[in-house]
Design a protein around this ligand. Structure first.
Ligand code: HEC
Length: 218
């Protein structure tokens, strides 16, 4: 009788042990699954947010670019190429900066004309990355870079040189007429934005969302 009792107790405690182990592993599994779901959710949320900013960035660029291009074309037709330089000088910079308090719109390049467009360290990194792609005949894509500490979201879009741009960014003397060149040199003595070829990376659009105030005051 005593022996039977001992065996029973042993079986009972084994049963309890297995039971506990079973419950423990279920809880562990559940928390793993929950963590995975949470991770997937965060990942999905991030990529949704990225695509929203991608869309926002693209529409700001096309709005700004369309405004710039149509005003540039009408300036060229009324004032000629050299007259249009003055337009770019007076209008392009303000056009690309004013939009909304928390949104900064910039154009920058590895070879700049206006020193206000000098690239900062992040812009330089992106420009070099895109330049490498273009050099190896690959198409650079738009890009989102997040800055978790400040909450800033940066949208970058490559600017490739088109035929009509050669009038002011191509080869001096042949593609850029002398009168135009004189005007450019006069307004931008330090100009580096010449000798581009069609298809070259001319620069990038850089849109900053949730921009910290006075970030680009340089
Ligand atoms: C009529 C002459 C003219 C034409 C045509 C022209 N640009 Fe420019 N571009 C300028 C001037 C002037 C500036 C400097 C504007 C400023 O003061 O912000 C400039 C500045 C830029 C910048 C800003 C970076 C920097 O170097 O300061 C980019 C990018 C640019 N141009 C790209 C283009 C592209 C792409 C085209 C063709 C679609 C084009 N431009 C056509 C005259 C021209």
């Amino acid at each position: 009788m005593k022996k039977i009792n001992r065996v029973l107790r042993l079986q009972q405690s084994r049963l309890i042990m297995f039971g506990l182990l079973f419950i423990f592993s279920i809880v562990l599994l559940m928390s793993c699954a929950k963590k995975k779901i949470e991770e997937e959710y965060l990942e999905a949320k991030k990529s949704i947010a990225d695509s929203v900013y991608m869309k926002k960035g693209n529409s700001i660029v096309s709005l700004t670019f369309d405004t710039l291009r149509s005003s540039l074309l009408s300036a060229i037709s009324t004032h000629g190429m050299d007259g249009a330089i003055a337009f770019c000088h007076e209008k392009a910079y303000p056009l690309t900066t004013t939009f909304d308090d928390s949104v900064v719109i910039r154009r920058t390049s590895l070879r700049i004309r206006n020193s206000n467009n000098n690239p900062d360290s992040l812009e330089l990194l992106i420009l070099k990355e895109m330049e490498e792609l273009v050099q190896s005949a690959k198409m650079p894509a738009e890009k989102i870079v997040r800055h978790p500490a400040t909450g800033e979201i940066h949208f970058f879009k490559p600017i490739l040189l088109q035929a009509m741009c050669l009038n002011c960014h191509g080869a001096p003397g042949s593609q850029i007429q002398n009168a135009t060149l004189v005007k450019i040199k006069q307004l931008y003595p330090e100009d580096q934005a010449v000798n581009f070829k069609e298809g070259d990376l001319r620069g990038v659009w850089h849109i900053v969302f949730n921009a910290e105030k006075n970030r680009h005051s340089h």
